[in-house]
Structure formats: structure tokens, C-alpha cells
Write a protein that binds this ligand. Structure first.
Ligand SMILES: Nc1ncnc2c1ncn2[C@@H]1O[C@H](COP(=O)(O)OP(=O)(O)O)[C@@H](O)[C@H]1O
Ligand SMILES: [Mg+2]
Length: 510
């Protein structure tokens, strides 16, 4: 029996169609994985089912009855609970207070001893060991997640949605989570597991729905499919940008990362003992699903994040402890991940943004004063060369489209003449024309001898630009692939599937 039926769901975020005619069904007592790359539309679909997002078209049926999912309270009333990627607990309150907060049966006065006893009872029933009187802020992430699950279960839900639950967990915590989920389904609960990790699908799920670019590719029994087929469905779209050139002979190593370990904001080791080099004249692509340490790696190289251990050399010189400013002066160009926050001062005119980091350079300064004429002339040349539109250099950068903002950053970074270019998601959110322009410029810089480190979750981008591909998974570089590696192989590796299994998959096919 289907406990949930979603039919023809459409969801738009302004121009983005995040869910396009999506059908999804959940059977009683199954673990149903929702698999797909970043941006495929998984979270959106489940936020709709949980009543957090409105939908533009489609119907939702729960236990045979049509439901208008107005808000999470409606979802909970129909037995649907959700554990988000970012927990929604109140750290200053205790476990028990969090679990029964807002719960109707708690009445007006929270009778702590009674409620704590109920938490203990749930602990026994679900095999948890969560201290009911501990404050949430005191607990490790793995336990906080259990509190979230208990909070959902306390509302008598029968359908549990988890959004990438293992992303924040250690391997041991993640094993515990999956045995919990398995015991829940044995008791007749139904579970929807949003994931991009192949192994979680293969090891723990009964059925899988693969999403890509807002649409459902297929729904299958896990026993009828394999990693090979799933990887293809997940990433096997047409590459619209063909690779432009083959790798060329490379020069000296310009960026050398040695045994680097970096913590994330939650103080966990998130980049683990990574070493690699980028040589003059090559583009090295770091492929991986968002959240596997790329952000921390990029920040560590740019100088915005302290290292736990390891070293970084730029153009042959140690920069491990150098400031951001110093790194820029020594030849690091940087296209940051968030152009609006880190790349530009939006209220400043284009001309100031293009020469922002050039302000210190002597060529534009005349004593205390900036040489306005020179700056304007230079900016006009760059605006033209980088095809920034509109061309009025006095307009605020914030008035430009995303693609043109990115061109301004690119113009500035390339103009500074850096020998090493760190390009972080350089085309995220841009339209096709701007994507092609930015990519062509990167290839041009490489031809001129720049050493380019490209960090991107977009496999098309990785494949169309990289001369070598490094795969990052759970903080490690798990492999290096040549520029012409099959998409499917990269797909398997970014999903944490090791190459031995890939070879086995190959063998099965032949
Ligand atoms: N709140 C939002 N506002 C605008 N766009 C959004 C929002 N949430 C998601 N999107 C866009 O919808 C698409 C699907 O996103 P999402 O459902 O988060 O994907 P997934 O969970 O599979 O990574 C993406 O293009 C994303 O940028
Ligand atoms: Mg998501």
C-alpha cells in the first residue's frame, strides 16, 4: 500500500523549476532513497511533502486521502515528520524540552519528571541512549540527530523523512542511524532517505527514486539495479559544452598542497591529509558533492581558514601562514564561491570593483591619490575584453546580472596577473552564455601558463575543463582520474563508491 502519493508536482523558484512534473510514492514499511546530485530537487520535493514549501501544481495523497499540505503542522497531523540537514533544535533547552516543545499532549505546564520518563521509554523502545536532561548544546551532532528523530517520533508520526542524515555523522554514528532506521521499518514505519551516497542506497534502501535537474528519472527496486546504472541515471545527462583542448605540456608546480588537514565550522576535521600539486599550464579539477570538504580546502588555500596541519606553497614559496592579502600579492587569483558576499562590493561602481584589490598597486596611485584617469581607462578596456554588460563602469556592481558580476570578478582576478588561479564554482547559477564565456577565459589563462585549481560540484564543468580530476569524498582525495575519464566512473567515485567496485561492475557487464 502506498502511504504517500505525490503526483505531477511542480515547484518554481522565480525562474528555476526545482520540481518538474514529479511523481513519487512511498510504500508502508520501506526505506525509499531519493538519490540525486546537488540541485536535483530532492530537498524541495520533501519540503513540499512536509508542508514547508507551497507547490505550484500537483496533488498529495496520504493514506488514500487527498491532503492540502499547508504547513508542517498539517504534515505532522497526517503522520509525516522530517529531520532536516540543519537541525532545528534549541540548544539552550534540554533534550526533553526540545522533544516535547509545542507537543499538544504536554499541556500548558511541562511536567518534567513525567516527560523525562517518556523520553526514557522512547529510548528503550527505539534503542537510543539519549540523556533526557542534557542540554542540547552539550551533545555531539550524532546525538542531536537522535533528538530530532525522537522529536518526530514523539509526535506520533509514521512516515519519517531524513535529508542527507549521514552528512554530519561519523561512520560509527552513521551505522547506528541506519540500524535505527531498519528497526523503525520493521515496526511498520516508512522512511524517505534523501542522499547522494550510492552505498546508502545499495546497503539500506528497498526502493530508490533518482532525480536529475528537477525531474524523476526513474523509481526502481534496489535489488533490480546496481551502482553502475544508478550513477548513469544520476549524472548521465548530455554535456552541452564539449571539451575544448587536450592537456598540454605543463611547467613547474605553482601550487603545492602538502598533507593538509583543516577543520570545518563545527570544529570537525573536514579536510583530511590532502596532498596535490597544480603545475603551470594545467587545470586540476576537484570533483565532489557539496560538503565533502571542498569549501574548507578552498578557504585554506585562499587564506581564510587556519590549518590544523600541513603546508601550502605558492610559486615555490611557503604561504602556510601568510595573510590573505599577502597571498594575493604573491600571485594568487581567486574566484570565490559566493560572488555577492565575498567577490564584490555590490553598492560600489563597476570600476571600483574591478580595481578594488589593485588600489594598493603603485601603477594607479600617485602619492596619496588614485589616478582616476588611468583607472577608468583600464576599467574600460577590461569591461570590453570581458564582455561586461552594460558597459557603464559607474553603475553599481549590484545592478549587474549574475553572469556579468562573475565577469567583473574574472576581469579583476585575471588582470592582477596571478600565476595561480583558484576558481571555486566559477559558473554556478550563470546562464549558458556566461558559462561558456567564463570557461573559455579559464582555458585561455591556462594556455598562457596559469596554474588553475577548479573546485566544482558540476561534473560537466569538471569534465569540460580539467586536465586531471581529483575526487574529493568525506575530506579525502579518493582518487585521480584522467581528463577523459567516463562520466559514470566519476559519478561512482563522488558517491563514495571505490574503484574496485567499479571494476567489478564493469566485469559484470562484459
Ligand atoms: N529556497 C530556494 N530559493 C530559490 N531557489 C531554490 C530554493 N531552494 C532550492 N532552490 C533551487 O532549486 C533547485 C533544487 O534545489 P534542492 O531541492 O535544494 O536540490 P537538492 O536537495 O537535490 O540538492 C536548485 O536549483 C536550487 O538552487
Ligand atoms: Mg538538498
Amino acid at each position: 500500500m502506498n502511504v504517500v502519493e505525490m503526483r505531477g508536482i511542480y515547484k518554481y523558484f522565480s525562474d528555476t523549476c526545482a520540481n518538474k512534473n514529479v511523481d513519487f510514492s512511498l510504500r508502508k514499511g520501506e526505506i525509499h532513497a531519493l538519490l540525486g546530485e546537488n540541485g536535483a530537487g530532492k530537498s524541495t520535493l520533501m519540503n513540499i511533502l512536509y508542508g514547508l514549501y507551497t507547490y505550484d501544481a500537483g496533488t498529495i495523497t496520504v493514506n488514500g486521502a487527498r491532503v492540502d499540505m499547508e504547513n508542517p503542522a498539517t504534515a505532522i497531523r497526517h503522520g509525516i515528520g522530517m529531520v532536516h540537514q540543519h537541525f532545528m533544535l534549541i540548544p539552550q533547552l534540554t533534550v526533553t524540552q526540545n522533544i516535547f516543545l509545542c507537543a499538544k499532549e504536554a499541556g500548558f505546564v511541562l511536567n518534567m519528571p513525567t516527560l523525562e520518563a517518556r523520553v526514557e521509554e522512547m529510548n528503550r523502545r527505539f534503542g537510543f541512549r539519549v540523556d533526557p536532561s542534557a542540554f542540547v548544546w552539550q551533545l555531539p551532532v550524532g546525538i542531536q540527530q537522535k533528538v530530532e528523530i525522537l522529536k518526530a517520533l514523539a509526535r506520533n508520526i509514521r512516515i519519517l523523512i531524513l535529508d542527507e542524515p549521514s552528512a554530519v555523522l561519523t561512520p560509527k554514528e552513521s551505522d547506528e542511524l541506519f540500524s535505527t532506521l531498519q528497526s523503525l521499518v520493521r515496526e511498520g514505519y516508512s522512511v524517505i532517505l534523501i542522499t547522494h551516497k550510492m552505498q546508502e542506497v545499495l546497503d539500506f534502501s528497498d526502493r530508490v527514486t533518482v532525480m536529475r535537474a528537477g525531474e524523476v528519472v526513474d523509481t526502481l527496486n534496489v535489488s533490480d539495479t546496481d551502482a553502475h546504472a544508478l550513477a548513469n541515471m544520476m549524472v548521465g545527462r548530455e554535456v552541452f559544452l564539449q571539451r575544448q583542448t587536450k592537456p598540454q605540456p605543463t611547467g613547474e608546480p605553482m601550487l603545492e598542497v602538502c598533507d593538509l588537514t583543516v577543520k570545518n565550522d563545527k570544529k570537525l576535521d573536514w579536510v583530511k591529509n590532502i596532498s596535490f600539486q597544480v603545475r603551470a599550464g594545467e587545470i586540476v579539477g576537484i570533483a565532489g558533492v557539496d560538503g565533502n570538504g571542498q569549501l574548507e580546502l578552498g578557504e585554506a588555500i585562499a587564506g581564510g581558514r587556519t590549518l590544523e596541519s600541513g603546508s601550502i606553497r605558492l610559486c615555490g614559496k611557503d604561504i602556510t601562514r601568510s595573510s590573505i592579502r599577502r597571498r594575493l600579492d604573491m600571485g594568487l587569483a581567486h574566484i570565490p564561491d559566493d560572488r555577492q558576499k565575498k567577490g564584490l562590493v555590490l553598492q560600489f561602481p563597476i570600476k571600483d570593483n574591478i580595481l578594488l584589490s589593485g588600489q594598493r598597486s603603485k601603477q594607479y596611485a600617485n602619492g596619496f591619490f588614485l589616478n582616476t584617469k588611468k583607472i577608468e581607462a583600464r576599467t574600460r578596456t577590461l569591461v570590453e575584453r570581458f564582455d561586461v554588460r552594460p558597459t557603464d563602469i559607474n553603475l553599481p556592481a549590484g545592478s549587474l546580472s549574475g553572469g556579468n558580476q562573475q565577469k567583473v570578478i574574472l576581469a579583476r582576478e585575471v588582470d592582477r596577473g596571478g600565476k595561480v588561479l583558484l576558481a571555486f564554482q566559477p559558473t554556478r547559477g550563470l546562464d549558458i552564455g556566461a558559462i561558456e564565456f567564463v570557461r573559455a577565459k579559464l582555458v585561455e589563462e591556462r594556455a598562457k601558463g596559469a596554474a588553475i585549481l577548479l573546485i566544482s560540484t558540476d561534473l560537466d564543468e569538471i569534465r569540460s575543463l580539467s586536465d586531471r580530476i581529483l575526487v574529493m569524498y568525506e575530506g579525502h582525495i579518493t582518487g585521480e582520474l584522467p581528463y577523459n575519464a567516463p562520466l559514470e566512473q566519476i559519478g561512482l567515485m563522488i558517491a563514495g563508491h571505490d574503484t574496485t567496485t567499479i571494476e567489478k561492475a564493469r566485469g559484470d557487464v562484459q
